[in-house]
Design a protein around this ligand. Structure first.
Ligand code: ZN
Length: 326
């Protein structure tokens, strides 16, 4: 039986790649109806459980600790995100950080007064967060969480949705955990931007089951009964991220989806036809100076701050100052 696309119902599938980013066999297809790019076949729940069991064991045999520089970059990026969306985060409340990773969001959110529940499937990361950042993190996948309906004011889903084999069911579950007026922040890698910026063949991963661009991300949320928050929509336009809340009307029409499929097809064709990445947006000189400024800040911080915890505390201090000014 041919199963239609979960986002648009189309039954076609155009093969975009037969290898993953490490050269191992992995078939990736594009849906001609909407432009979502997915692994083919979509793995079963049992296959995923087995994949993560092996993957995590392999990855975290050794030190599970992120490098100081990486922690600094994560915190720096998050501080800019908190400042940009201070109107959302300033409200505080009960938050869920689903897929909390190396814990920077949970840490900063706690320091600005939110009550955060952190859940992370990777035991290595969870243990690092407990040991080094003194966070409370539950180890598990979303399927293991039995939260009561209407438990949270804000749910963060950063680099998680692309791992979900049934994104609409998962988003529906999350929607049920939201209080009235609650928001979900969803962020995923942008396959359209990655096709432009990454080396040929370095795109696909067994664990990234659905690869979205800004159009398919919003459409998926719409199908799950979520709409983009009006007050943040303009700020998030063109990004593969956004704040959503329960509501109807978030889906795209068939024509817009078909146009998106055409864009994604062109982006993948361009990706597959060359070996060098396109320069990212902005001029080379502008990028150089931005990178230099970031490196200088990292170096200055690294000289003073020798531990993960010290770096996180420094970033939290900066964030509180920024929010107090804003
Ligand atoms: Zn589709």
């Amino acid at each position: 039986m041919v199963q239609g696309c979960v986002l648009c119902g189309a039954t076609g599938a155009e093969v975009m790649s037969e290898r993953d980013r490490h050269g191992k066999p992995l078939v990736t297809v594009l849906c001609p109806g909407c432009g979502v790019v997915r692994n083919d076949p979509v793995p079963s729940e049992a296959e995923l459980t087995e994949f993560y069991r092996r993957d995590y064991r392999q990855e975290y045999k050794g030190a599970a600790e992120p490098r100081l520089r990486q922690v600094w970059r994560n915190l720096d990026r998050l501080n800019r995100h908190f400042a940009e969306f201070g109107d959302i985060y300033g409200k505080g409340g009960d938050w869920l950080d689903l897929g909390s990773g190396s814990g920077e969001f949970t840490f900063l959110a706690g320091r600005i007064g939110a009550r955060v529940t952190a859940v992370e499937p990777n035991e290595g990361y969870a243990e690092y967060c407990r040991a080094k950042l003194d966070l409370t993190v539950t180890t598990g996948r979303m399927e293991d969480c039995g939260f009561a309906p209407a438990s949270f004011d804000l749910i963060r889903l950063s680099h998680v949705l692309e791992h979900m084999r049934d994104p609409l069911a998962s988003l529906g579950t999350l929607k049920g955990w939201l209080r009235p007026g609650g928001v979900i922040y969803i962020e995923v890698p942008d396959i359209e931007a990655d096709a432009r910026n990454k080396l040929r063949g370095r795109l696909f991963h067994y664990g990234h089951i659905y690869n979205y661009n800004p159009v398919t991300l919003r459409h998926a949320a719409g199908l799950a009964g979520l709409v983009e928050l009006p007050q943040t929509a303009a700020r998030s336009a063109g990004r593969c991220s956004g704040f959503f809340t329960a509501g109807e009307g978030g889906t795209a029409g068939a024509e817009a989806l078909a146009a998106n499929a055409e864009r994604m097809r062109a982006a993948m064709a361009a990706h597959n036809a060359r070996t060098l990445p396109e320069p990212a947006e902005g001029t080379a000189a502008g990028r150089f100076f931005r990178t230099l400024a970031a490196r200088l800040r990292e170096a200055r911080a690294g000289a003073r701050l020798k531990t993960h915890r010290a770096i996180a505390e420094a970033a939290a201090g900066e964030l509180r100052q920024v929010l107090a000014r804003g």
